[in-house]
Ligand binder design. Structure first.
Ligand code: PSV
Ligand code: MN
Ligand code: MN
Length: 388
């Protein structure tokens, strides 16, 4: 039997980090649909993220993307976030939106371009110092489009050199989170295409480098929960960029395409001790809301993650282990499915009510009039910086 009190207190510890870019206008290369009231400044993005936290109670931090969220004074931005009831979380570097990076950033054949890319990464660590952030998330668009275009091995050497330089600049409490993605924008080779490549680099870098799993960055059919279980077991899982995919890197709401996969991932997180805050796993969303309203899209995503987590926490581990030991294939599977098939919404509504939150965050936010207010007050909202 599962102890519901223990499940509730575990749920109270949950923290999902929101991406600042989820609040800006976004789209595909075909069209960016402008929405009314979207943020014009990093401060307004933080204010919108704070709404998500206010209604869910489990989204206390906001990830920034530099230079999309560039400001003169990052310490002041962190203070502003605190006033809003949230904090600045992971700093995401951006070495993919400059003409100089056509042939890559830290793996570019031109040393001057590599230097420019590295300088940006180091500047991101300066930002972390000012905001008090722990994690630097590194995703590189680097790769090649044609066989023979560049030397695959030399690019790995250049990547390793840059990563060492960044690691050497970190304070002891700071970490590199290295993100992989199988393709796009590079179509032939990608320099960090998979968890194995990221893991190998992080292993060489040591304690302060960990792998981040973006759930949208795999080939169809990849067993992501296996990757999670493996990395956790090796002490190399740094965090998640949660989102859903149907086709490629769709950046849709987490738990929308495949809630069962999200449950399986969270089950492995719980099983591997990754849900314990001491494990230091960063649970982040990396999403864009191209056609749906952004703040409700983020609230829905946080609730989806919370539901999957509640189900994972409900797994009767004693019964599961007993069935596994006995070689009871169907019994073991049934234990897992029982947890997945539990409707946890009443439990979560009860939890919120106990904690002074509205049991229905979507409805409460809709009633608040916030969207109407920002639509009237904010004119000329910013593009997220992604998907243009
Ligand atoms: C790349 O596709 C990625 O997942 C990286 O995390 C970027 O920083 C992010 O998307 C931007 O949306
Ligand atoms: Mn990502
Ligand atoms: Mn992505």
């Amino acid at each position: 039997m599962t102890d519901l009190g223990a499940v509730k207190s575990a749920l109270r510890q949950q923290a999902i980090e929101l991406p600042s870019w989820a609040f800006g206008n976004s789209g595909t290369r075909f069209k960016v649909f402008a929405q009314k009231g979207v943020p014009r400044t990093p401060q307004e993005k933080i204010a919108d993220a704070a709404q998500v936290h206010a209604y869910t109670g489990i989204a206390p931090s906001v990830a920034l993307h530099i230079p999309w969220d560039a400001v003169d004074d990052y310490a002041a931005l962190a203070a502003y976030a605190a006033e809003q009831g949230v904090r600045v979380g992971t700093i995401n570097a951006n070495v993919f939106q400059d003409d100089d990076f056509r042939l890559g950033s830290v793996t570019n054949p031109d040393p001057a371009v590599r230097r420019k890319a590295l300088d940006h990464l180091l500047a991101c660590v300066d930002v972390m110092d000012a905001t008090g952030s722990r994690d630097l998330k590194l995703w590189f668009a680097d790769g090649t489009n044609y066989p023979g275009q560049d030397d695959i091995r030399a690019r790995q050497d250049r990547l390793a050199e840059a990563l060492v330089a960044v690691r050497d600049r970190l304070a002891p409490h700071q970490r590199i989170l290295l993100e992989y993605k199988l393709f796009e924008p590079a179509f032939y080779t990608t320099d960090v295409p998979d968890w194995g490549t990221a893991y190998a680099h992080c292993l060489k870098l040591g304690e302060q480098a960990q792998v981040v799993v973006d759930t949208g960055h795999h080939a169809p059919g990849t067993n992501i929960e296996f990757i999670v279980a493996f990395l956790l077991r090796e002490g190399k899982l740094g965090g998640f960029d949660f989102n859903s995919r149907f086709y490629a890197d769709d950046d849709l709401m987490v738990g929308a395409a495949d809630p069962f996969q999200l449950f399986r991932i969270m089950h492995e997180v719980v099983r591997g001790g990754g849900y314990d805050p001491a494990a230091g796993i960063a649970f982040m969303l990396d999403q864009c809301h191209n056609i749906e309203a952004k703040i409700p899209g983020q609230i829905r995503s946080v609730l989806n993650a919370q539901e999957a987590t509640a189900k994972a926490l409900l797994v009767d581990t004693d019964a599961l282990e007993a069935a596994q030991r006995a070689g009871d294939v169907l019994g073991a599977n049934a234990v897992l499915m029982d947890a997945y098939n539990t409707d946890v919404r009443p439990l979560l509504a009860e939890l919120r009510a106990e904690d002074g939150l509205d049991p229905d965050p979507m409805a409460a936010f809709a009633r608040s009039g916030y969207l109407e207010r920002i639509a009237a007050e904010r004119v000329g909202g910013q593009q997220a910086g992604w998907g243009a």
